[in-house]
Design a protein around this ligand. Structure first.
Ligand SMILES: [Zn+2]
Length: 258
């Protein structure tokens, strides 16, 4: 089992303690995500320390309110355990920084990820009208993969992104009562579906309201299996294989076998 998107460098955790149960939890690997320079560096340090931890680095759109330069990210890109670039994107739920700044920084980082030959992890919130055209225009150049993390848009958009060959990742909210995400979950082809926790946020049922952990990715996989009419083992294997296909450098450490 792989948690394709978590933030275990968060202050709420004792990261070493969280990682210590991965083997018994059945977690083969997790990708811990940076959202600014400091957390990107921390993610890499944690990945250096723990076999099953991998890192993604980049600057989240809303972090550009206090940070401008990508200079701190550059030296991390060729690290053997940095498996992706992100999370980057657009977030119009918040007014700061203004949309033009977000777009400029987003595009700058897409270019950087492409030149570093890293798959891209996308954060997309309340910005569908801008996100799709940008990603469509870059799709021919994004040859190392891309994932729409914590997908929360429509079935139509899921199909559009899948057509572009992009992965779609689901998190805890699909387990919530009244989520009604079945059609969206079924719209994603087998070879493009991923599961994640985005912990410490978005704790799935039955632990909703408490702190989230990478091991809880199991509940999201269970829900995906239920909605797609397959058994848990099949879904678990599928999301693991897909995570390894997208985040290719994981295989250098774990091998293809699951
Ligand atoms: Zn995240």
């Amino acid at each position: 089992m792989i948690d394709s998107h978590c933030h275990i460098t968060d202050k709420r955790y004792n990261a070493d303690e969280v990682v210590s149960t991965f083997a018994e939890d059945g977690l083969e690997a997790v990708v811990t995500i940076g959202y600014d320079t400091a957390t990107s560096i921390e993610a890499v340090r944690l990945a250096e320390k723990h076999e099953r931890v991998f890192a993604s680095v980049g600057i989240h759109p809303n972090e550009f309110t206090h940070e401008d330069s990508l200079d701190g990210i550059l030296p991390l890109l060729s690290h053997p355990k940095v498996v992706a670039y992100g999370e980057i994107g657009l977030d119009y739920y918040w007014d700061e920084p203004e949309r033009d700044v977000q777009k400029r920084k987003f595009i700058e980082q897409i270019e950087l990820a492409i030149s570093a030959r890293l798959p891209i992890i996308i954060h997309s919130r309340d910005c569908d009208g801008d996100m799709l055209p940008i990603l469509k225009s870059y799709a021919p150049r994004i040859t190392d993969g891309l994932v729409m993390h914590c997908f929360s848009s429509s079935e139509e958009l899921a199909k559009e992104y899948a057509k572009l060959g992009f992965y779609i990742s689901f998190a805890g909210p699909i387990t919530f009562k009244n989520a009604k995400k079945g059609d969206i979950i079924r719209a994603v082809p087998d070879d493009l579906i991923l599961a994640e926790t985005d912990c410490p946020y978005l704790t799935p049922m039955p632990h909703r309201g408490k702190l989230n952990y990478p091991a809880y990715v199991r509940y999201t996989i269970e829900k995906l299996a239920e909605e797609r009419g397959v058994d848990f083992e099949y879904m678990e294997r599928l999301t693991t294989v897909n995570a390894k296909k997208l985040f290719k450098k994981i295989v250098d450490f774990t091998g293809e076998k699951i």
